[in-house]
Design a protein around this ligand. Structure first.
Ligand code: GDG
Length: 494
């Protein structure tokens, strides 16, 4: 079995006791790395002065070697805070209005990808399978290819791929698209994302489509498929069951004093629809005033990316909004919304999911949304809670038995909350059991194995296009925008 090399922006490095930070993705990748022997490379999270980037920091845990690199302050500002989080993230979540293009940031993004390639290069062995993760590292394979790497390289995008009209509004979209054709296997969360990507390629004549999943650029074939990410279903269910026995769980139950718990868990991010959700909850309480004092919404929202101004502003806005609803509707002995702005431990979270009658998972746009899946896995078979889920989360493509809502429709969501809370046991059990079957069939280990099987598979090269309506551009024309983006000196862009 070939060795596995994983590259992601951040690396879930185990602490001194060897315990990896919890989280399905980290667990699945670590178990694949452990089985095959592997290397995981990424940013250390530290920044330093321009001339102070030291050697890679290596750490070995069992069969896995972790390699961390520092970045310069300028790198972090341009590549991470700039292009990744203020251009790609909003664009992929359909927020053209929030994207702030700057040539300096774009150049920094390509420069840091080139830097990651140069750090990885000396560590790669001829048969390694290389698996690169997420939007921070789109051009990494193209950079590795330029430096002579011929290994199989795969890419998985955790966030949505938007429709061509949105993606093509981004300067350098063509360079990014072209760089993706350097991979052997491209993974998306849903069929919809894959089709958006295929439409982007075809509008720019960057590849010919051979069949549903194979594309040809001159000289090579690559595949693009949906690989919906899962969770560690059985382990999470067991964790939730155990958590229900803890003192914290009992204290929480006591503090609810018979009220029904509704739960929301999201990183503080505008894509998660938190303000629309609080509006919907307020609308529900106003339209169904008999529910007042009978329910409590627990919104757990750990801070994220607080160095980006939109996130800092949002933190204030959500806290104010929750305070306003509590001020307007609360009573001396009832607080409608309990708002927690920090992270809880994973077992505590699992126990709270299990206690809740209803989860509000209402992102405006989400690649998958693992909270939806964790909530389902944490339920009690004999009396499961209801999942209210946005149609715009990737998870809605699989969890069709959830109560699906349009989060932009505040009143519609308010009515769906009312319906969900009143749902009879039999219907709750039917819906839950169907969703649980889906989660068991496609857990995060299956996701990981399926992707790696495709990545390791012998490529079928030189297939003839089944139907090519427009000629594919020659390699010279095709790689031109990529070369331009990669070689443009920063000075010319700033
Ligand atoms: C990206 C994509 C895609 C949250 N609060 C706490 C906590 N969490 C954990 C949840 C869950 C994870 O964080 C969040 O995952 P999501 O999938 O909901 O969202 P993103 O962070 O935006 O992830 C997304 C995902 O990648 C995977 O491909 O699904 O669409 O945007 O696991 O449980 N964990 C703990 N305390 C908290 O307070 N311990």
């Amino acid at each position: 079995m070939a060795r596995l090399v994983v590259v992601s922006n951040r690396v879930p490095i185990p602490d001194k006791s060897g315990t990896a930070p919890a989280g399905g993705l980290a667990v699945a990748l670590q178990s694949a790395l452990e089985a095959r022997g592997g290397l995981w490379l990424g940013w250390s999270g530290r920044s330093c002065a321009d001339d102070a980037v030291g050697p890679l920091q290596m750490q070995k845990e069992g069969n896995i070697e972790y390699a961390l690199t520092d970045l310069t302050e300028r790198d972090v500002e341009e590549y991470y805070q700039g292009f990744a989080n203020r251009v790609l993230w909003p664009i992929c979540h359909y927020r053209l209005d929030l994207a702030e293009y700057g040539r300096r940031e774009m150049a920094g993004y390509f420069r840091v990808n080139r830097f990651f390639a140069s750090r990885l290069l000396p560590l790669i062995e001829p048969d390694d399978l290389i698996w690169i993760h997420d939007y921070h590292l789109i051009p990494l394979a193209a950079e590795l290819r330029r430096q002579g790497v011929t290994n199989r390289i795969g890419f998985f995008l955790h966030i949505p791929w938007p429709a061509p009209d949105v993606f093509h509004a981004m300067p350098v979209h063509e360079a990014l698209l072209t760089s993706l054709t350097a991979y052997d296997v491209l993974g998306f969360q849903t069929e919809h994302d894959r089709e958006n990507f295929a439409d982007c390629l075809s509008r720019r004549d960057l590849a010919a489509r051979l069949d549903a999943s194979r594309f040809a650029t001159d000289g090579r074939v690559f595949t693009a498929r949906p690989y919906p990410i899962g969770i560690e279903t059985e382990e999470f269910a067991a964790l939730a069951k155990r958590a229900a026995q803890t003192a914290l769980h009992k204290r929480m139950l006591q503090s609810l004093d018979g009220k029904q718990l509704i739960i929301g868990v999201d990183r503080l991010d505008y894509s998660k629809g938190i303000t629309q959700r609080i509006d919907a909850f307020e609308s529900f309480l106003t339209r169904h005033s008999d529910s007042q004092r009978k329910v409590t919404l627990l919104q757990i929202t750990p801070k994220s990316r607080s160095e980006v101004p939109e996130y800092e502003a949002m933190q204030r806005a959500v806290a104010e909004q929750a305070g306003r609803v509590n001020g307007a509707l609360g009573t001396v002995d009832w607080v409608p919304i309990r708002y927690i702005n920090r992270s809880l431990r994973r077992p505590a979270l699992a126990g709270l999911y299990r206690m809740a009658k209803l989860a509000l998972v209402t992102p405006l746009r989400d690649g998958m949304n693992l909270v939806a899946k964790e909530f389902v896995a944490a339920q009690r078979e004999e009396d499961p809670g209801v999942l209210l889920l946005s149609r715009f989360a990737g998870a809605a493509q699989e969890l069709k038995e959830a109560v699906l809502v349009n989060p932009y429709d505040v009143e519609g969501t308010a009515e769906a909350i009312a319906r969900s809370l009143a749902m009879p046991l039999e219907e709750r059990r039917e819906r839950w059991s169907a969703m649980m079957t889906t989660l068991r069939a496609n857990d995060v280990f299956t996701w990981c194995d399926t992707f790696l099987e495709d990545l390791a598979a012998k490529p079928v090269q030189k297939a003839r296009p089944a139907s090519v309506s427009t000629p594919v551009r020659t390699s010279e024309a095709r790689t031109q925008p990529l070369r331009k983006a990669m070689s443009t000196p920063v000075a010319r862009w700033s």
